[in-house]
Design a protein around this ligand. Structure first.
Ligand SMILES: Nc1ncnc2c1ncn2[C@@H]1O[C@H](COP(=O)(O)OP(=O)(O)OP(=O)(O)O)[C@@H](O)[C@H]1O
Ligand SMILES: [Mg+2]
Length: 228
């Protein structure tokens, strides 16, 4: 079964057709790069996969069912979306702890995910003082809390320093090598090229390309050709 399935998916906002009859699958054990120009419909698609936006038509499924029908969503799929909001007065640890308790997860998970994203030293600082990259790490920790088999990430490299980028690449590659699934939207093609197995390119809400990452050739060149 595909980890993520998108079938004839469309979404209109008023007169704007943000996603237009889009179909693709994302298979387990892969890092799949989700690419396209600004306004192409990437975030809208990811939000529909996560049950946050209702499609105008078509379906998006996770392990064969719509997100809303997942029995334990937090242990199935973790997500980092654009502009994730945290309560500024909470510390990183308190934020994660609240989610952990609400989801009924083991108490050791909080320290584990803080360590995974290298936020342990800042765990007891209030999020209001966090840098962009620290917020991004916290968002990723939140996504990892339920130890999900599927990660959906919308521009997760945003704000990460070079060491953070390298760490994220290694992390996502290892995640996929465990047989898990990573769907990641990004504009940083030089970064994703090193780890993407599969590439999906959309423009104006429609599919331009879906297939293996072009081996041995430059992903940026390929992308510009496909979208040009
Ligand atoms: N809530 C909304 N209301 C109205 N229009 C929207 C809404 N969300 C998205 N859109 C429109 O849908 C289109 C696709 O937007 P979307 O954010 O999905 O693109 P994107 O591929 O994620 O772009 P970017 O690379 O800039 O993040 C755009 O024209 C956008 O203005
Ligand atoms: Mg977007």
């Amino acid at each position: 079964m595909s980890a993520i399935g998108v079938t004839h998916l469309s979404k209109s906002f008023g007169g704007v057709r943000a996603v237009d009859d889009l179909s693709f699958t994302v298979e387990p054990g892969t890092v799949t790069a989700f690419l396209g120009p600004n306004g192409a419909g990437k975030t809208t698609t990811l939000r529909m996969i996560l049950g946050l936006v209702t499609p105008t038509s078509g379906t998006a499924t996770i392990d064969g069912v719509p997100y809303r029908e997942l029995v334990r969503p937090i242990t199935t799929v973790g997500a980092v979306l654009e502009a994730t909001a945290f309560h500024p007065g909470l510390t990183a640890r308190t934020h994660l702890e609240a989610l952990r308790v609400a989801a009924g997860l083991a108490s050791a998970r909080v320290a584990h995910v803080l360590d995974q994203v290298d936020l342990t030293a800042a765990a007891d600082r209030r999020v209001r003082g966090f840098s962009l990259g620290m917020r991004q790490r916290l968002a990723l920790a939140t996504a990892l809390l339920g130890d999900p088999d599927i990660l959906v990430l919308d521009e997760p490299a945003n704000g990460l320093d070079p060491a953070g980028m390298r760490w994220l690449r290694g992390f996502l590659r290892a995640y996929a090598h465990q047989g898990r699934t990573v769907l990641v939207s990004t504009h940083v093609l030089t970064e994703i090229q090193q780890i993407a197995d599969q590439v999906i390119i959309i423009s104006a809400g429609g599919l331009l390309f879906s297939g293996p990452s072009p081996a041995g050739s430059d992903l940026e060149e390929f992308y510009l050709e496909v979208t040009g």
